[in-house]
Design a protein around this ligand. Structure first.
Ligand code: GLU
Length: 277
């Protein structure tokens, strides 16, 4: 069985990097006689726009991709995310955090801390709000919740592993390299890490194909799968499409938007050539 997905956030135009990721996943699904799913990662409702979503559908169809309906939208799944958070809360793995980004930067930059280290979500959380014992009572609403990663890792009875191509990867020392990541954002009720793990499990994703910029995040996802009793898919982290200055393409790079290439008369075949497929 081979089920993969492309999960764009409708917060900007689809650019060359997205097109590469989507076409690669689509090609790999086809080669394996499997299924390619489209998922709309619109958890961040403040930045998601229906017009970007419509453009994503249109660009992907133009590129020759197809996927089964209905398309899963994260914005419809908040109660699932909440249920998983409650499971983790009841196991004593979560704690509320009220730190702002600048609080975290200041605490991590304090002289006794040494140079601040970066993890998949930026500066590694210095632990300001982490309690010594798991908080008691009902899970609080309207606050960010962090994963006590040391506590979680201590409960593992065997090492975390996942498959990447023919290799078995064993993420190690997550407390030092990842830190206490946010699993529920105050404004969104969940975070990317939690939602992507639950969605991939519910969609029975067997192969996650995405950019190598997310390789470090994969260790968090594998840990969450273990804590929530979910299967771990195989991962394929692909090269990133870079601009002429060797910088990673960002959503705001409208010059690289598929819509721009289309307006200039490019064909889907041209796009495949440009990204090296
Ligand atoms: N919405 C995420 C992104 O666009 C999906 C990443 C993933 O494939 O897990 O980066």
């Amino acid at each position: 069985m081979f089920i993969t997905r492309f999960a764009p956030s409708p917060t900007g135009p689809l650019h060359l990097g997205h097109a590469f990721s989507a076409m690669l996943a689509h090609d790999m699904a086809r080669a394996a006689n499997g299924t390619f799913l489209l998922r709309i990662d619109d958890l961040d409702q403040s930045r998601s726009r229906p017009e970007w979503e419509a453009q994503i559908f249109d660009d992907l169809t133009w590129l020759g991709l197809s996927w089964p309906a209905p398309v899963l939208r994260q914005s419809t799944r908040l109660s699932h995310y909440r249920d998983a958070l409650k499971t983790l809360w009841n196991q004593g793995f979560l704690y509320p955090c009220s730190c702002s980004r600048s609080d975290i930067r200041a605490a991590a930059a304090a002289p006794q801390e040494g140079a601040p280290l970066n993890g998949p979500d930026g500066v590694i959380y210095p632990g300001t709000c982490r309690p010594d014992t798991p908080p008691k009572g009902a899970m609080p609403q309207d606050t960010a919740l962090r994963l006590d990663i040391s506590r979680a890792c201590k409960t593992l009875s065997s090492p975390l592993t996942y498959k990447e191509k023919d290799d078995i990867i064993t993420p190690r020392n997550l407390p030092a390299t990842v830190g206490d990541v946010v699993l529920a954002r105050r404004d969104m009720g969940a975070s990317y890490h939690l939602s992507v793990v639950l969605d991939d499990a519910d969609q029975q994703t067997t192969h996650v194909i995405r950019g190598q910029d997310l390789r470090d995040a994969t260790q968090i996802h594998v840990l969450l799968q273990r804590l929530l009793g979910l299967p771990t898919p195989a991962y394929h982290h692909h090269r990133l499409i870079r601009d002429d200055h060797d910088k990673r393409l960002a959503k705001r790079d409208d010059a690289r938007a598929i819509a721009t290439y289309r307006a200039e008369g490019a064909s889907p075949q041209d796009i495949r050539k440009i990204v090296g497929l």
